[in-house]
Structure formats: C-alpha cells, structure tokens
Design a protein. Structure first.
Length: 336
C-alpha cells in the first residue's frame, strides 16, 4: 500500500516523515551538462540495480500530464522532475515506501517516505537502498566535502530530512513566526505546503534541515527528532487549552465543515483542504467521531486535481466537472 493509505505514529500532528539522499555517478557530468545519451545510460545502469531490489520503473518520456502530476501529488516526484528536458525516470518500491528519481537535479534522488512520525525508520530505509547503490557504483565523493551535488548548497551529507506537520492551533495562536525564527537559529526551516504565507488552506507545514555540510546524517536526524517531538507536544497543549466559548465556536466550525464535506454538490481543491483541516482537528479533539484521520490523509491525495482526473472514467472535461466529481467522491467516502 502507498504511504498515505497507512496509519502512522502521532498522526494527529505528524502527517508524514521522509529522508532523501542526492547522489551522482562520478564518471558522468551533473544533469545540467548531461546529454541524452548519458542520461539514458545512467537510467539503464541504475535502473537495472533498482529492479533487482524490487523497484518498478516508469520512463517519463511517455507519461501523460495527469499521471506525472498525480505522482507529484503523491510526493514521489517533484514538479521540477516532471519538467526535465533530458530523459528521466522514476523507480518505485511502494511496499518499502521507497522512490528514486533518476536524472533530476542530480543523477539519483532516493527517498523513503513514511506515514506519521517515523524519521528514524525513514532514515534506515533510505540508507538501505543508498548502500546498495554505493556498493555498485562509484559515487561522486570528496574526502573533505562529502557527497558532491549539482547545487553546492546540498553537498556534504546531501541529505534532506523532512516532516509534514498539521499545526492548526499553532497558526490560530499566532505562533508561526516565532516557531520559524527559532527553527532558523538551529539550521532548520518550516514552510507552508499550501496556501500563501500561513498554510491556512490546510494548516500543513514542512520542517526540514537546511544544513548539509559539516554535519553527520545521524546528528541531523537526532535534532529533527527532538524538535518535531517538542512541536508536537506544543500543538497538543494548544488544543487541550481550548475551552469555554472558544471551544463552542471551534466545535461549530468543525461540525459545519464536516457537514459541507458530507453533503456539498461541488467542491474546489482549496475548499476540500480547508474543510478537511477542521475535520482533522475535530477528530483529534474528540469533536468528530465517525471519520478517521487516515481517511482524510488518503483523500488529501486522491482529491487533488491530477489524481482525481486520472481515476475518473470518463475524465472531467473542465474545472466545473472536476469540482462536482470531487464532492461526489468525498460524499461517498465519508458516508461509507
């Protein structure tokens, strides 16, 4: 099953955890200077090793726009990867929660993506396949710098650890700027995943490490583990502190959101994200009892434009048909 179809630890606050490694083959130029023949050769060589280890490949030369952006919505590829002009391919091993992009900004970008708060497990999963590649290929590495990457700011560990957090009460209490400043002081960043500055569409934020040079992978994971644990505790404390008229007002908003999700005839992606965020909060606070957090996480992927279009037969012809289809799918899932 895909990562978003499985429950995870601390999922009332932590939606997912991922660890990514960027690697390059020493004998080839970085992708910015790589020609089509070189890209095809990298895909052939690395792809063969990945297939030996349970991965299946997708050549993006022949992938439809809907399929490509559906994979973006599932967080298996980046928007930049979809737009690459040189040959590029995705290799997936969903049972092990592993994905590998070949010929993105680097020759290899491998990721382990897990539901909930599972940074250490994601790190272990990413390290396992990274070791397989390290054993089979001469990776670009410098004794003083570490792993070499096309973007010099990623050199060193060339690792990005990230956690997607659901922080509605941190936002409502006006604490996001303070949190961002504190994380910046220790080499971490926090950015909204959707919405403008506040992430208000879904209260979803991604915390990741900014520093890759002069640190060890283990030190980054340890720091992230500690920081995310404290953010989780703080968000839960804010939620438990809602009482009296504030709780009554929030309860009304949560139940109205649940009602719209269950009975609306049409719904934009932004409306779904906003409404489902309040229902997700309501579940964690005991206000909503007949909807599961796992259901909302799965819907958050399935109701995005590309994934929704891809799973429809016939496919929606315009935005209006897409909005009507989205509302119908949400009604069906929540009524079940």
């Amino acid at each position: 099953m895909a990562w978003y179809q499985v429950s995870g630890k601390d999922q009332d606050v932590v939606v997912s955890s991922s660890v990514c490694f960027a690697r390059n083959l020493a004998e080839y130029p970085f992708p910015a200077r790589l020609d089509a023949a070189g890209a095809h050769e990298i895909i052939r060589q690395v792809g063969a090793v990945l297939e030996e280890n349970g991965f299946s490949g997708t050549d993006f030369t022949d992938v439809s726009r809907s399929m490509a952006y559906s994979l973006v919505e599932k967080q298996y590829v980046t928007p930049g990867f979809v737009r690459e002009s040189i040959p590029h391919a995705l290799y997936l091993n969903e049972p092990c929660s592993l994905s590998v992009m070949l010929c993105e900004r680097d020759h290899i970008r491998l990721q382990c993506l897990l539901p909930g708060f599972a940074l250490r497990d994601a790190f272990a999963g990413a390290c396992k396949i990274e070791q397989v590649l390290d054993d089979r290929f001469d990776l670009a590495f410098d004794e003083d710098v570490g792993y070499l990457t096309q973007d010099p700011t990623n050199a060193g560990t060339a690792m990005r650890a990230s956690v997607t957090l659901f922080l509605p009460m941190t936002v409502m209490n006006g604490k996001m700027d303070i949190l961002s400043e504190r994380l910046g002081r220790i080499g971490l960043t926090i950015r909204p995943i959707c919405g403008e500055k506040s992430g208000m569409d879904g209260f979803l934020f991604r915390v990741s490490n900014r520093v890759t040079l002069g640190v060890t992978e283990e030190a980054v994971i340890d720091r992230m583990q500690d920081v995310v644990g404290r953010i989780t505790e703080t968000e839960r404390r804010y939620r438990s502190g809602v009482t009296g008229s504030e709780l009554a007002s929030l309860t009304d908003r949560v139940l109205r959101a649940e009602g719209v999700l269950k009975y609306a005839y049409r719904m934009t992606a932004g409306e779904f994200l906003s409404l489902s965020a309040y229902v997700r909060l309501g579940i964690s606070m005991g206000i909503v009892r007949d909807v599961r957090t796992e259901t909302l996480t799965e819907l958050t992927v399935d109701m995005m434009p590309a994934s929704l279009s891809l799973g429809a037969d016939p496919a929606p012809k315009n935005d209006e048909e897409l909005c009507v289809l989205r509302a119908a799918r949400v009604r069906d899932r929540l009524s079940g």
